[in-house]
Write a protein that binds this ligand. Sequence first.
Ligand SMILES: [Zn+2]
Length: 319
Amino acid sequence: MPLISNNVPKINEVSQLTYGIDIGGTKIEIGVFSSELALIDSWRAPTPTENYQEFINTIVTLVNEANVRYEKKGMVGIGMPGIIDKNGLVKSANIPCATGKNIIEDLSLALACEISTGNDCRLFALSESIGGSGDGYKRVYGAIIGTGAAGGLCIDGHIYHGRNGFAGEYGHIPVSAYLIDKYNLPILACGCGLKGCYEPYVSGPGLGWLYEHFGARTSNTHHFVQQLNDNERIATTTFDCYMDLLGASFVSLILSYDPDVIVVGGGISKIDKVVEMLPQYVDKHLFTGIDCPPIIKAKYGDSSGVRGAAILRTQLVEN
Ligand SMILES: [Zn+2]
């Protein structure tokens, strides 16, 4: 008797498949979703970062594999880091070969179908606002605190893009002068080319930098968490300063968007104490009498990229 895996999809029950493709700096992941947004399957390929034609071919191969595997032609939604304008022009990405290219035009042609594209952090917010931790709230802000610090706002389950497509980039708001002075911190250069943004202080590498700055012999955040749990002095000093900075950065986004809920994802969101204590540190920097909105952990975490990309594509059909 053949062994049947639980993962074998009931293809006949699926009327329409949507592929969410999450393009990262090192790998490209495809997620196959049913029309009810159930993840059926996913797999990955390495990201070609230097050769644009290879980059396009890798995505086409992933889509063709899915079409063959499920004997259907799925709809395609793409998520990637950087700013992609409404015409598909990639303006800034950590995939050098894609910068300056029109990814919507090139991929639509190569795949012979209509595609949608979005920024990966905005798609994280979209995924959490529909069926995720932010479900049921009108204005959901999704904040990634990981390699970088970025996010996005969704209103009624739709991304608020703004004029340039970068609404939600809270990591590039200038850091509070009051906190730089309070902790006697240097002004750090940011990956975006500016100086004094929040990101180099509040991202995962930022936490590691602060830990070393306050005297630790390592910037390893796992080491930091262990020491924090032991109430070690350098770790608690770092935590206080880090949470003050992160809280103030969240106040900037609360003042800008006034969301009903903030859903957090990324590596730092896995440190329970950070998420638990964050509202208290936000309140320190908010107007008296104004409460911090609920701050909760993401439901979909690492699969938010493919899920958000698939949702965005289904919304293209609805509109
Ligand atoms: Zn910046």
